[in-house]
Design a protein around this ligand. Structure first.
Ligand SMILES: [Zn+2]
Length: 392
C-alpha cells in the first residue's frame, strides 16, 4: 500500500461530508497553499475522484469555481449479521442509491455468504446502481484483524476463522476492500451521520442476539491488539449465573441479550406470570424478545420487570466502562434498542448512580439515531476512507 497523504484524505473527506465547495474555500479550510491545492485537485480530477461543479457565489472579485466528488463514485457497504445480509450502494457523498436486505445464516460459512454478497452486488450493477466500484466496506459479527482483513476466531461464525474476506472482495470487484467488526461499523456510522455526529469519545453499545461495544477514543475506533476490544457481552456479571455460549458462566449476554430474553420470556409465558406473553405463546407457539417490548407497551408488569432487570445488568457493566474511559456519550443500538425508554431509563439510572459524578456530569445515554441502517452507514464511511487513501 502507498503512503497515505493525510492532507489529501482530508480534502476528499471534506468534499464527501460537505458537498460542492469552492477552490477558494478549500484553500482556506485546509490551509493549503493555492498552487499545491490546484495541483492536487487537477490530479484528483484526472484520477476520476473530483469533478468541476460550476461557479461559486461571488465573494467579491473573481468568482471561484466549485469542485465536488465525482458523481460517478460508488461504494458498496455490507453489514453481515448472525441471520441477515444488508447491502447498500452509495455515491461519493454516501447517499444510498440502492439497497438490498435478506435473511441468511452466517453459520453456512464464508463461501456461501460471500457468494451471495457478490450476487447482490452484481445485481446492483445490472440494476444500474454503478458501473464500477471504488471500494467495498463490510462488517461481520465477530472479532476482526483490521490490519489483515480477516475474522479471527469468531465464536458464532464457524468456518470464518482467518478466511480472506478482504482479499476475496478485492479480487471479485477490482477495488480496495475493508473488513471490520459489526459493532465498530455501527459506531462509525453513528459518528458520521447519527446522534454521535462529531463526538470524539463515546461508547456504542449494540444489544442484539449478543452484546458488544464500539469504543471511540480521541476520534478513532479503538480495536485492541487482536480486534476484540469491546467484547463486553462476556464480562462476568454473576458468578452463579447461567452457562454462556462461550463456555464461561454468568456472562452479561447469557443474562441479557436477544437470546437470553427470549428464553426468559418463554419461561414466564409458560408459568403464567405474564398474561401478555402467555397469550402470544398460545397464538404463535413461540415468544421472542420483541414480544416482551410489545407486552411492556401494554403495561404487562412481568415484561416491564424483565426489561428493567436487563437494563440494570447492562448499566452495571457500563458504569465500569464510564469510569474507565470517561466518554462524552453512550449510544444504545441493535435490535433490543426497540425495548426503548424502559431499557434506557434503567441503564441511565444505574450508570448515573454508580459512576463517578465527574464522569457523568454531562453524559447523555441515548438511542441510536440510524437504527438498523447504522451498520451499512459505517461500512460506507470505511469504504470511502480506504478508497481516498488509495487515491494518494
Ligand atoms: Zn460468555
Amino acid at each position: 500500500m502507498r503512503t497515505v497523504d493525510p492532507l489529501h484524505v482530508r480534502l476528499l473527506r471534506l468534499l464527501r461530508d460537505e458537498g460542492a465547495v469552492s477552490r477558494a474555500e478549500l484553500g482556506d479550510r485546509l490551509q493549503m497553499p493555492r498552487p499545491r491545492l490546484l495541483a492536487e485537485l487537477e490530479r484528483l480530477v484526472s484520477l476520476g475522484y473530483v469533478a468541476e461543479a460550476g461557479l461559486a457565489a461571488s465573494r467579491g472579485g473573481r468568482r471561484s469555481t466549485l469542485v465536488e466528488l465525482s458523481p460517478r463514485l460508488r461504494f458498496a457497504a455490507v453489514d453481515l449479521g448472525a441471520s441477515s445480509i444488508d447491502v447498500e450502494l452509495v455515491n461519493g457523498r454516501l447517499e444510498p442509491v440502492a439497497a438490498y436486505a435478506e435473511a441468511a445464516d452466517i453459520r453456512t460459512g464464508p463461501k456461501v455468504i460471500l457468494q451471495r454478497v457478490n450476487e447482490l452486488l452484481h445485481k446492483a450493477r445490472v440494476d444500474g446502481a454503478y458501473e464500477r466500484l471504488d471500494a467495498v466496506g463490510i462488517g461481520v459479527p465477530g472479532p476482526v484483524s483490521f490490519r489483515d482483513g480477516v475474522p479471527v476466531s469468531p465464536p458464532i461464525m464457524p468456518g470464518w476463522d482467518r478466511f480472506p474476506v478482504r482479499e476475496l472482495l478485492t479480487r471479485e470487484h477490482g477495488c480496495p476492500a475493508v473488513v471490520d467488526n459489526d459493532v465498530n461499523i455501527m459506531a462509525i456510522g453513528e459518528r458520521h451521520g447519527g446522534v454521535a455526529h462529531s463526538v470524539d469519545d463515546f461508547l456504542f453499545v449494540k444489544i442484539g442476539t449478543g452484546i458488544g461495544c464500539g469504543i471511540y477514543l480521541s476520534g478513532e475506533v479503538y480495536r485492541g491488539t487482536d480486534g476484540c476490544a469491546g467484547d463486553i457481552g462476556h464480562i462476568q456479571v454473576d458468578a452463579h449465573g447461567p452457562m454462556c455460549s462461550c463456555g464461561n458462566v454468568g456472562c452479561l449476554e447469557a443474562l441479557f441479550s436477544g437470546a437470553a430474553l427470549a428464553k426468559d420470556a418463554t419461561a414466564v409465558a409458560r408459568s403464567g406470570a405474564s398474561p401478555a406473553l402467555a397469550e402470544r405463546l398460545a397464538a404463535h407457539g413461540t415468544v421472542t424478545a420483541l414480544d416482551v417490548a410489545g407486552g411492556a407497551v401494554e403495561g404487562d408488569v412481568t415484561c416491564i420487570q424483565l426489561i428493567r432487570d436487563g437494563g440494570r445488568r447492562v448499566g452495571g457493566v457500563l458504569a465500569g466502562l464510564v469510569s474507565f474511559t470517561n466518554p462524552s456519550m453512550i449510544v444504545i443500538g441493535g435490535g433490543l434498542a426497540q425495548l426503548g425508554h424502559i431499557l434506557l431509563a434503567e441503564i441511565r439510572s444505574v450508570v448515573y448512580r454508580r459512576s463517578l459524578p465527574l464522569a457523568t456530569g454531562n453524559l447523555p445515554v441515548v438511542l441510536s439515531e440510524l437504527g438498523p441502517r447504522a451498520g451499512v452507514a459505517g461500512a460506507a464511511v470505511l469504504a470511502s476512507d480506504v478508497a481516498f487513501g488509495e487515491a494518494s
